[in-house]
Unconditional design. Structure first.
Length: 65
């Protein structure tokens, strides 16, 4: 397994691990309960990390002809 693939574990840890703590917060952020905001932020972060993995993965390089 390539080390760059370990970036894919960060959103899982952020969503699952952080939800334990974020569920105890009673704040409203951008009109959403904090737990929903937490999940939306991690969805965006996960998308950015997947883009980084895609760009740095040598399997996605175009073949030279």
């Amino acid at each position: 397994m390539k080390p760059i693939y370990l970036l894919g574990a960060i959103p899982f840890i952020g969503i699952v691990g952080g939800s334990i703590f974020a569920s105890k917060v009673d704040a409203i952020v951008l009109g959403m309960p904090f737990l929903m905001f937490w999940h939306v932020i991690w969805l965006v972060i996960a998308s950015v990390l997947m883009l980084i993995i895609y760009k740095f993965d040598p399997a996605n390089e175009e073949e030279q002809e």
